[in-house]
Each structure stands twice: as C-alpha cells, then as structure tokens.
Design a protein around this ligand. Structure first.
Ligand SMILES: C[S@@+](CC[C@H](N)C(=O)[O-])C[C@H]1O[C@@H](n2cnc3c(N)ncnc32)[C@H](O)[C@@H]1O
Length: 221
C-alpha cells in the first residue's frame, strides 16, 4: 500500500543523523548505520498486514522500519513508535508526515504506561530495535513482560539484536521463540520472532471480542 510516508525515502541526511547520534551515545543507539532494507524485508515478512490494526515500534531511530511499516499498514490502522533519543524522535516527526503515526519521546520500558491498560491484549505486533544489552536486567524483563501483556494472543514480538541478551526473557514470556542469524547486515543481527505470549490477561472485553471477529472476517474476504 502506498502512503505519504513512502515519498520520504531514507536519505543522506538520515544516515548522517543516525551516525551523529551513534557517536554521541554508542551504547544506546547500538549501531553506526541503520538496518539494511533486506533485513527489514526479512523480519517484516512475518507480518500479516491486512489483519493489522495496531503496530508498536521501539527504537525507530531515523525511521527505516517505520517507513516500511507505513507503506504496508492498512489506512485505518495505527503505528505508535517510542524513541528515547529526543533528536531522533523530533527528526521522525519532521520527516514523516502520516496521520497513522504517533511518536513518543520516551523509553520503551514505559510502553504499558504510555499505551494505558485498555491496550492490554490489543496490539498486533511489537517491533524492537533497542539494544537490550544497554538495559539492566529488570528493564529487559519489564519489556518482555509488557510485550506479552500488550499483544493479542495471536500477536508477535519481533526484534533485531546484535547480542542475545534478551533471549532468556523472551523464552520466559512467549511459548514460541524463533531466532535467525543475518550476516548480511552491518552489524550482523539476530532476528527474533516470538509468538504465543504467556501473559495471564483479564478476560477480553466485548469490544475486543467484536474486533477479533471483524479481523477474522477481513482475513476470509
Ligand atoms: C540499533 S538502533 C535501531 C535504529 C533503527 N530502527 C534501525 O533500523 O537501524 C536503536 C534505537 O533504539 C533507541 N533506543 C535505545 N534505548 C531505547 C529505549 N529504552 N527506549 C526507546 N528507544 C531506545 C536508540 O536511540 C536508537 O534509535
């Protein structure tokens, strides 16, 4: 699906901005260059776009994944991104004009507070590029715990990581965790696809049940 965001292709300015932020905080940004388009396509091949209503992204940086998501996301869906670096978050607001996109300048550790309790069990996909090795043990666990609470039962947590520091937490919070090594990316990444969240959620509201059956109808059309 074409969107206004697709007109804003990653450019030299994005690359320079990304490199500048990496030089300023290497541990938090985690990589000197943004993810390659091949890696983006490979990880996001996991997404069933027509059924997606709510997509959450952590650590969008200069927005390489963000643009791809907006190019494929249905018109009535939403993309919420959480970026802790103020300059990068402002850069995203300035360069991607799309009413489906909401940018929060905050830490992904606060995702559940940002989205509010009514979002529990409502998110279709969470994509994370934040370097988990830069976070403490409790924060890593918090992110995996929140992800399993926020995702709907059929939802997926997707992540691209240089290290494997989040893996134990993913196994603790999802019944199915797949890992794939991608060497043709600088730096080489581990790609994670996690499904079947283990969260003990409250029973779904009537609205959530209605939304789910609407989704099912759409997928059969
Ligand atoms: C490896 S970069 C990924 C950037 C981009 N999405 C890409 O495709 O390459 C990690 C990003 O996560 C952000 N970040 C780091 N810690 C974060 C946190 N706790 N919450 C939200 N964003 C965070 C960094 O500022 C940086 O933009």
């Amino acid at each position: 699906m074409a969107s206004r965001a697709s007109k804003t292709l990653p450019n030299v300015m994005d690359r320079l901005k990304f490199l500048a932020e990496f030089l300023r905080s290497p541990l938090k940004v985690g990589s000197p260059i943004a993810t390659s388009s091949r890696t983006i396509e490979r990880l996001l091949a996991e997404v069933e776009w027509s059924n997606t209503r709510c997509f959450l992204e952590y650590g969008p940086g200069t927005g390489e994944f963000t643009r791809y998501i907006l190019d494929h996301l249905p018109r009535d869906a939403e993309l919420i991104v959480i970026e802790s670096d103020t300059d990068l978050a402002n850069h995203l607001r300035d360069t991607i004009k799309d009413k489906r996109l909401t940018v929060h300048t905050d830490s992904a550790v606060r995702a559940r507070t940002i989205l509010g309790n009514k979002s529990a069990g409502q998110v279709d996909y969470i994509l994370s590029g934040i370097p988990f090795s830069s976070l403490g043990m409790l924060q890593r666990r918090q992110i995996a715990d929140d992800a399993s609470m926020l995702l709907r039962p059929e939802g997926k947590f997707l992540a691209y990581q240089v290290r494997r520091s989040i893996e134990n937490h993913l196994h603790a919070h999802f019944r199915k965790v797949r890992r794939q090594r991608v060497w043709l990316n600088l730096p080489p990444y581990h790609l994670y696809v996690c499904s079947m969240p283990r969260a003990d959620r409250p029973p779904p509201s009537r609205q959530a049940i209605a939304d789910r059956s609407e989704r099912k109808c759409r997928s059969l059309r």
